[in-house]
Each structure stands twice: as C-alpha cells, then as structure tokens.
Design a protein around this ligand. Sequence first.
Ligand code: SF4
Length: 290
Amino acid sequence: MQTSSANSTEPFSPALDRQSLRPDCGNCFALCCTAFGFSRSADFALDKPAGSPCQNLAPDFSCTIHDRLRPRGFRGCTVFDCFGAGQNVSQGFFAGKSWLTHPDTKDEMFSAFKTARQLHEMLWYLAEAGARTFDPDSSNRAVKLRNTIKQAVGGELTDLLALDIQELHSQVRSTLVGVSEEIRASYFAAGGDHLDSTLKPGADLMGKNLRSRRLCGANLRGAHLIGADLRDSDLSGVDLLGADVRDARFDRTDLSKAIYLTQPQLNAARGSRATLLPSDLEMPSHWHDG
Ligand code: SF4
C-alpha cells in the first residue's frame, strides 16, 4: 500500500498540489507508449494496438526519436501529458517492477494507468478550483474530492481498479463548473465579449477569427477552437475546460488567468514567447520565438 494523505484537511497550495502531477518519464515504464492504442493519423504516424509497445520504444523505456517526434509524424506524443500518473503507477502501485520484466502484470498495469491518468487530471483541475474559489462551500467540496482521489491514487491497486470513476467524474465536473461560474461572473461587470452569443460551451469555432478580442468571462468549455485565431486577445476568466485548441493561434494572447487550461492544450496549440501563460504551465518547446 502506498502512503496516502487522504485524511488531510490542509488548504490548497496549487504549486505543491501540482508538483506531483508533472510527468517524470525517467520513473515510468513508458506506459503512454504501450497502454494506449492508436490509429494512423496526423498525430501518430502508424497503427499501434493497445497494450503493445510502440516500435520506436527502446528497451530502457526511452523514445528513440524523442528529438524528432514532430517531423517524423508523432505530434500527438509531444502533446500528451499523464499528469504524473505514469510514475505513480510504475513506482507506486507496481513498486518499480516493469511490465517488461514481469509480463504477467501488463493487463493490470495498463488498466491502472488509464484510470490513474484520469484521476491525476482531476486532481490538476481541483487544485485550480480550490485555489481560485472564494466560496467556502466550493472550497470544501474541492478539498473533499481531492482527498478522495488522493486516497484512490495512493491506495490499493484492487481499489483503484474497482473505482466508479464516472460518479467521481460527475462530482468533480459539477465542482469545476460551479467555481468557473463564480470566477467568470467577476469579469461580467467590466463588459466584454462574453456577451457574444456565439461564444458558448461546445461552440464550433474552428478557424474562427477571434483576434484582438476581449473575451474575458466567456464560457468556452468543450468548444472546438481548432485553428482559431486568438492572437492578441485577452482570455482572462475564460473557461477552457476540455476545449479543443489544436493549432489555435495564441501569439501574444493573455492566457495567464484562463480557467482550466492544461499543458496538453498548450502543447497542441501555437504560440510564442510573447504569449502570457499561467505560472504553473510551461511554454511548449515547439513555440517559435516570434
Ligand atoms: S513515438 Fe516515441 S514517444 Fe511516441 S509512443 Fe512511440 S516511443 Fe512513445
């Protein structure tokens, strides 16, 4: 059994909470390169069945084309983020015994990774919700959920595999939505483009020109922003939970106070050194110097 802080009532500290949610590939058995299956696409240049190692994977779990992933057609690998689930499953649940040396663990290890990845992602979002809300009830809900999830990802493998993740997901989503509404409302008094009726959850905004707009407070949860032009715009207080921002243009965009923006979203988008980012996200290495 792993050490768990499930009963902790400590307040949110986003930096600390998120520190353990960053990938540590050196302590992972390349679970993202084995557990998932992929069909050949613009993001992954070959067909790969779930549960089998990628043909570019080396025996030491490193990627043989790590420095050439995009030009070789593996853009998806530069976008993916496990939120620290890989090292947790490899070193925590499986105590450093890999699927390569212990092939009988494969099925459970890959199942555990898929579940843990979702839970770690929930922890990432809850850290933000807990840190940004001023509502004690929302804060308490976020803390309670965080502790439940921490118990699951720090406990027994059998409990993890038996978890009703849909029910947990629904509770987390409800908390995230409530905190989003609270944050976005604080931007409404100042006016802005949140009143634009085309800017709504799940909206089809593919390739749309949203350049130089003050989008503060808009709800773009689950919106399709593929290739959208958001250069020079202000996305403070914009809910981007689950928004598809592949190839969206973020040059000089203010994302510093966007809501529920994740590293995989940034990795999939285009931007520059002039893009303003939240303090706990990193500029993707492929962003140019413009
Ligand atoms: S190309 Fe490299 S990073 Fe991508 S799945 Fe294969 S081994 Fe992993």
